[in-house]
Design a protein around this ligand. Structure first.
Ligand SMILES: [Zn+2]
Length: 100
């Protein structure tokens, strides 16, 4: 497995995972649960990470993530969950945290 991205929040990590899946790349998010206990673990060890299989998919995944990062408008398309107040990407139909 290869780490292709370290996200600032679980919402971002899951957003990238969704996008990669739309491109047919299987990926997994690590540390998204540890995020909530930040403070007990050094911050760089508990940031959520996106991992994919090594090889061609990893290169493809990195290029996709790069293009998303270059597209600043992505960050303006977030919505706030009315139940838990978590921010979600527009592509999410339900809140990633509470499923509302
Ligand atoms: Zn929520």
């Amino acid at each position: 497995m290869k780490k292709v991205y370290t996200a600032d929040s679980p919402a971002i990590a899951w957003h990238f995972r969704n996008v990669l899946e739309q491109h047919g790349i299987a990926s997994l998010v690590k540390n998204d649960l540890l995020y909530s206990v930040g403070g007990e673990v050094p911050i760089h060890e508990c940031l959520p990470e996106v991992w994919v299989q090594e090889g061609l998919n990893a290169k493809y995944a990195e290029s996709i993530i790069q293009s998303i990062e270059n597209n600043e408008s992505t960050k303006n398309d977030m919505w706030l969950c009315q139940r838990c107040g978590e921010s979600n990407f527009e592509s999410f139909d339900i809140c990633w945290r509470c499923n509302a």
